[in-house]
Design a protein. Structure first.
Length: 312
């Protein structure tokens, strides 16, 4: 199955030239102003992760996401590692994955022998909802839950915690995914979380094996999840930057088509032409194989706004 992602800066450089420092990568939805990790104790690098560090991270996660009693929390080396394993929690059947959306879910279920459909069958055996959706920004609700296996991917939901469906994580067969790389801007840390009923989370934990999360990731994750002030300020900044990006793109002739405050989706006459136009200015945008009129842009770095304004 085709796995289409943002990123791929090396391929853009090979085609259009320049060096990595010349490029502004807007093809992902990663916060361009990451959490300041600070100093990390040397023991986090040299020793096997101990129980105390793992417990500290889980406590911080439970508090930050207001995880209900009766739901368990599992830390993993990135949400992608969980997405690849989630289909193994049940016997293969039919999974409903509304499209368009992040395509790793369909690839993961197909690899486990599931039949994947974007059209809602009467009684699917599983459903995946990306909440808010990537790339449209659509939010779902409690009425969209309830299949025997329900995956709620909240990789981008930390921009709007009041919209989270984590309160439903105690329901049988329901798993909520959280990504640390998007909102906190630390995608290279490879840290993600699964929240759900204890039996399901225990199955996932067995699949991951011992020490799934590195010592530095445990330390940084616990620190960041405990910093509510940074999170509140970041939400406000992302909203302002998303509005600024919309204003630039609309003046340049694009039409708003959705997104979140971490990425924006635009309808244009020819997405490939827009991507090439930006690439000529060493800016990487995201287009999609299923739509020739949609382009998605993440937020520029603070120093990248002038480069984008010049390109537009």
């Amino acid at each position: 199955m085709l796995r289409d992602h943002g990123g791929g800066l090396d391929a853009a450089i090979a085609r259009h030239g320049g060096g990595r420092d010349d490029w502004l990568d807007l093809s992902t939805g990663i916060n361009p102003t990451p959490y300041p990790v600070g100093e990390i104790d040397s023991g986090a690098w040299t020793a096997l992760p101990d129980r105390a560090a793992q417990d500290a991270l889980i406590r911080a996660a439970r508090a930050f996401w207001q995880v209900p009693e009766g739901a368990a929390v599992l830390a993993a080396p990135g949400a992608s590692s969980l997405i690849a394993r989630l289909p193994g929690l049940a016997q293969p059947g039919t999974v409903h994955i509304p499209a368009p959306t992040y395509n790793e879910h369909a690839a993961g279920f197909a690899a486990h022998g599931w039949s994947v459909t974007a059209t809602a069958p009467l009684r699917p055996d599983a459903r995946v909802i990306v909440h808010p959706n990537n790339p449209t920004g659509h939010f779902y609700g409690a009425d969209d839950l309830g299949t025997p296996l329900t995956v709620i991917d909240e990789s981008f939901c930390d921009i709007a915690p009041e919209r989270s469906l984590v309160a439903h994580a105690t329901r049988p067969g329901h798993i909520v995914l959280k990504s640390f790389g998007k909102f906190w801007g630390l995608a290279g840390l490879r840290l993600g979380f699964a929240i759900g009923p204890e039996p399901l989370v225990a199955q996932l934990q067995e699949m991951l094996g011992p020490w799934p999360v590195s010592g530095p990731a445990l330390a940084i994750g616990a620190r960041a999840l405990g910093d509510q002030t940074w999170a509140q300020h970041t939400r406000a900044r992302l909203e302002a930057d998303a509005a600024r990006l919309d204003a630039l793109m609309l003046r340049a002739g694009a039409e708003g088509a959705g997104g979140t405050s971490l990425f924006r989706l635009y309808r244009v006459e020819n997405a490939r032409d827009w991507q090439d136009r930006l690439a000529a200015h060493r800016i990487l945008g995201r287009i999609f194989p299923y739509a020739d009129d949609l382009i998605r842009l993440g937020l520029p770095t603070p120093e990248g706004w002038a480069q984008l304004e010049s390109a537009l």
